[in-house]
Each structure stands twice: as structure tokens, then as C-alpha cells.
Design a protein around this ligand. Structure first.
Ligand code: ZN
Length: 242
């Protein structure tokens, strides 16, 4: 199969897996606050592990990847500033303001777009690393959508609507993955830049979007443990598989 088509299918499967994030909400109106914190820590740890993996495969010279990472960090700062979401907590279950649900969905879509860069760049490195990254992103989409669904459930959305929204907010992952793969395949010198870009974006998103509120919801120690365990598993699997 053509690698571009594989990128489309792999990122499409990752976005579709997001629907499974509603499963912890089946049969209950709300999940405990700590579950929300742990879900974000799990997703954040996997993103950190992926950021590490993307940085590790960058190769020499290191400066394009480093420059790309700086651009990635600045890009996230800029998107947060433009959308007015610099200090937006993504997991306030009791927030009932009319704008809040839309802003959370918007920031989740931007977040997913950044992860599309990771999948596309990884596919350009090679098939095993591309599929490894797409699978990691697929699994991490599940706890991220658990958080999104918990927020939207508290705003009276049905489970089916939450699952649909979860997939819809991850559709940018598919478009951006295919576009990134197409660009770096056509211009291979762009690959270290794209790897660095994804590394910077993923690391910044974990620190700004996922972890801050999680510490308050589940306690510092358990968040650190869950995030560190997820990071370690991804890093070890990367060494084993790739
Ligand atoms: Zn994520």
C-alpha cells in the first residue's frame, strides 16, 4: 500500500479510536474528578513519550530539529493567544458558561492537529516508527476523549454525541498527518524540522493543557506516577519496536 494512503488509514484509525473514550461514562452521569486527572496524566505521559521518540529519531545535524521545536513551542503559544485559551482548564466539570464547551472542543481540535504533525513526520521516518506513533496517538486519544466527554456530559450531551464530538475533534489529526507526510516526502530536508516541530508542540501541550488542572484533581504524586509510567512504557516500546 502507498505510504500516503497508509498515513491516511493509520491517522483515521487513531481519530476513530477516540470514540472509545466515552466508555468510562457508560451507565454514569459523571466520573470522579480523580479519573479526569488520571486520564489527562495518561494521555500527557504518552504524548511526552512520543515527543521523546520523535526527538530521538531526529538524527544529525540536530539544529533543524531544535529550531523546529522552538517554532513548535511558539506556535502553541500563538494559537492559545489567538483563541484566548492561554489559561483555559480543559476539565472543569462544573463550568456551565455557554462558551466553555465550544472553547474546549476548539482547543482539542488544535491539539489534535499538532499530533497530526507527529504522525505524518513519523510515517516519513519509516513504516514501523509511523505505525508505532499512530498507535500511541490512537491509544492516547481515548483518555483525552474521556475528559472531553466528561465535560460535555455535564452539559447534557448524550454519550453518542460525545463519541461523535470526540472523533470530530480528532479529524484535524488526519488532515495534518497526510499533509505533513506529503510535504516531508516531497522535500526530505524538511523532515528534521517536522520532527522537531512535533516534539515542541507535544511537550508544550502536555505542560500547558493537560497537567496543570490534573494536579488539583488527583493529587501531585498520583499524577506524576501515571504520567511517568505512561512516558516510560512508550519510550521502552519505542526502543523495542523501532
Ligand atoms: Zn493529545
Amino acid at each position: 500500500m502507498q505510504p500516503a494512503l497508509l498515513t491516511l488509514f493509520a491517522s483515521g484509525a487513531a481519530a476513530s479510536a477516540a470514540a472509545l473514550g466515552v466508555l468510562p461514562l457508560v451507565g454514569r452521569e459523571r466520573v470522579p474528578q480523580a479519573w479526569i486527572g488520571w486520564s489527562n496524566a495518561l494521555a500527557g505521559g504518552m504524548m511526552f513519550g512520543t515527543a521523546f521518540a520523535l526527538g530521538a529519531v531526529g538524527g544529525a545535524p540536530a539544529w533543524p530539529a531544535a529550531a523546529g521545536a522552538i517554532v513548535g513551542i511558539l506556535f502553541i503559544v500563538w494559537t492559545h493567544a489567538v483563541t484566548g485559551t492561554e489559561d483555559l482548564d480543559l476539565n472543569r466539570l462544573d463550568e456551565t458558561g455557554p462558551e466553555y464547551g465550544y472553547r474546549v472542543a476548539l482547543i482539542q481540535s488544535l491539539h489534535a492537529g499538532s499530533e497530526g504533525v507527529a504522525i505524518g513526520a513519523a510515517m516519513a521516518v519509516g513504516l514501523p516508527f509511523g505505525l508505532f506513533t499512530a498507535t500511541t496517538m490512537a491509544v492516547h486519544n481515548i483518555p483525552e476523549v474521556t475528559v472531553l466527554a466528561a465535560v460535555q456530559r455535564s452539559r447534557r450531551m448524550s454519550l453518542a454525541e460525545c463519541a461523535l464530538l470526540g472523533v470530530a475533534t480528532n479529524v484535524p489529526q488526519v488532515f495534518v498527518a497526510v499533509a505533513t507526510y506529503a510535504v516531508v516526502s516531497a522535500a526530505p530536508p524538511m523532515l528534521p524540522w517536522a520532527l522537531g516541530l512535533a516534539t515542541g508542540m507535544l511537550a508544550n501541550l502536555v505542560l500547558v493543557d493537560l497537567l496543570p488542572e490534573s494536579y488539583r484533581q488527583a493529587g501531585h504524586t498520583s499524577i506524576a506516577l501515571v504520567a511517568s509510567a505512561a512516558l516510560t512504557v512508550v519510550a521502552l516500546l519505542m526502543g523495542w519496536i523501532v
